[in-house]
Design a protein around this ligand. Structure first.
Ligand SMILES: Cc1cc2nc3c(=O)[nH]c(=O)nc-3n(C[C@H](O)[C@H](O)[C@H](O)COP(=O)(O)OP(=O)(O)OC[C@H]3O[C@@H](n4cnc5c(N)ncnc54)[C@H](O)[C@@H]3O)c2cc1C
Length: 444
């Protein structure tokens, strides 16, 4: 049984955990389910990075907070992602933001994105979090000669305007380093990766230690507006809350709550992890130390070398949830790997899974709050495939917006407006299918 946010009415606690490499290498402690009615100042719905980070910020401020999640810890993206720590979110580059809103807004947005990475590293230090955080080069690879020029011009612009250092490589340099096919140039920047499920587990540990009440296997079934707040119905108890923070992101069920309905498009991304590569393969391919990669395709492939010598390889998933783990999808992704690295043909695929990323209509995430001092409701979502660092920052910002703290520049595009509503939302999947067909031909 697969969860499909555009079809399912709820995330059921009985849905199985995904078969990920992360679940196989870390046992996390899922907090208990709610078993009675309760009352709180702040209720967070969704216990991934966004929700747990919001809980940490509220609890650090001494506020009373309850967090509920419909399934086990790491059921959503928090247990399914690739673990790349990226500076940025959504699908707009700093240059695209600059073009749309001007340089000073782009710089302020850069500060938010870099702030997300700093928040992660400072929490790792401050709370002694054990998340296998590993620094290593991050290569952006061009899949056509034209993209190589665009990529290198963009890197130069980022270096000059945004002070992001990078090193450019031509086709021959890259091919010599990695024995990789169909790459026409690249750019290397500083990168880092981590174990995503350990990150969720550590955030939960911190939130609990700060006296936040966490309940998992506890779906919010309905939200009713009351005179002084909200009543949220769960299978084993009602929660009365003054303010609600929605942190269910791409896993938000169909018609869950007006404020987030049709505001994002859940799109599947899939990942497989190979058996450990032999020494011979590692030296033949150059995939011999922790490093990460992303290409320039519209339907990007991303991959990283894990500390035990396996390759994690990801890309777009199936259109419909029910096809997420099909053999066809596994083969498509595997063929993409061997097209780039022919030497890896025959390497065993040991894990495969899919997850939902939240795509906003204008490619930009939002952290938005509505209401007055008596009852506020807010959400943070729409990060596309970039949320390992940003989701926690967004959760912190959402909590700060609730508290009116944090000196947030509310004129920034991240905060100023709600997520735009998808028009013709029932046709989203059809359009995505068309896009994938086009990309299959255009981005061979
Ligand atoms: C395959 C894949 C690879 C990715 N790789 C990367 C990467 O390498 N780097 C990167 O930066 N980002 C990556 N991402 C994106 C990143 O993982 C997400 O942006 C981020 O984890 C989102 O965190 P979140 O807390 O907002 O959502 P989630 O972690 O998805 O949490 C949402 C939670 O809400 C709960 N929920 C839903 N409805 C209800 C309800 N009614 N009641 C209670 N709870 C509910 C769900 O059970 C779920 O646990 C990837 C995503 C996927 C799917």
């Amino acid at each position: 049984m697969t969860y499909d946010p555009l079809i399912s009415q709820r995330v059921s606690p009985s849905l199985p955990s995904p078969n990920t490499y992360w679940h196989a290498t870390h046992n996390c402690v899922t907090p208990p389910a709610l078993s009675q009615n309760c009352k709180t100042e702040y209720l967070i719905i969704g216990g991934g990075y966004t929700g747990l980070s919001a809980a940490i910020t509220l609890a650090e401020a001494g506020e009373q907070v309850v967090l509920i999640d419909a399934n086990k810890l790491g059921f959503g993206c928090a247990g399914r992602n690739g673990g790349f720590v990226l500076s940025g979110s959504g699908r707009l580059s700093l240059s695209a933001i600059e073009e749309k809103w001007g340089l000073s807004t782009a710089k302020a947005m850069q500060a938010e994105y870099e702030g997300a990475v700093s928040l992660l590293t400072s929490r790792i230090q401050h709370y002694a979090m054990r998340v296998d955080y590993t620094e290593g080069p991050y290569y952006k690879l061009a899949h056509t000669p034209k993209q190589a020029k665009t990529l290198q011009a963009a890197a130069l612009h980022q270096q000059n305007q945004f002070n992001v250092p990078s090193t450019a490589f031509n086709k021959e340099d890259i091919q010599q380093r990695f024995s990789i096919n169909n790459v026409y140039g690249g750019v290397r920047v500083d990168g880092a990766c981590l174990h995503p499920l350990k990150l969720a587990d550590e955030y939960a540990r911190i939130a609990r230690s700060l006296d936040a009440s966490l309940y998992f296997n506890t779906p919010a079934l309905s939200i009713d507006k009351k005179a002084n707040g909200y009543a949220v119905n769960t299978p084993n108890g009602e929660i009365k809350a003054k303010h609600i923070l929605i942190a269910s992101n791409a896993y938000t069920p169909k018609r869950f709550e007006n404020i987030v309905d049709k505001k994002q498009f859940p799109v599947q991304s899939s990942i497989f992890v190979t058996a450990p590569l032999s020494e011979q393969l590692r030296s033949a391919t150059g995939l011999n130390s922790p490093m990460s990669f992303m290409d320039t395709r519209m339907m990007k492939y991303y991959y990283r070398v894990l500390s035990d010598g396996r390759l994690l390889f990801g890309g777009r998933g199936a259109v419909a949830g029910k096809n997420g783990d099909n053999l066809k999808e596994k083969n498509r992704l595997y063929q993409a790997m061997i097209k780039s690295f022919p030497a890896l043909n025959g390497t065993k695929m040991e894990y495969f899974w899919s997850g939902w990323v939240s795509v906003s209509l204008d490619d930009l995430p939002r952290i938005f709050v509505d209401g007055d001092d008596n009852h506020k409701m807010g959400y943070a979502m729409g990060y596309c495939g970039s949320g390992v660092s940003f989701a926690a920052h967004a959760g912190m910002r959402l909590a700060q917006r609730m508290l009116n703290t944090g000196n947030i520049d509310l004129s920034l595009p991240l905060f100023q407006t709600p997520l735009p509503t998808y028009p013709f939302s029932s046709f989203r999947r059809m359009a995505l299918h068309g896009l994938y067909q086009w990309a299959k031909i255009a981005e061979r």
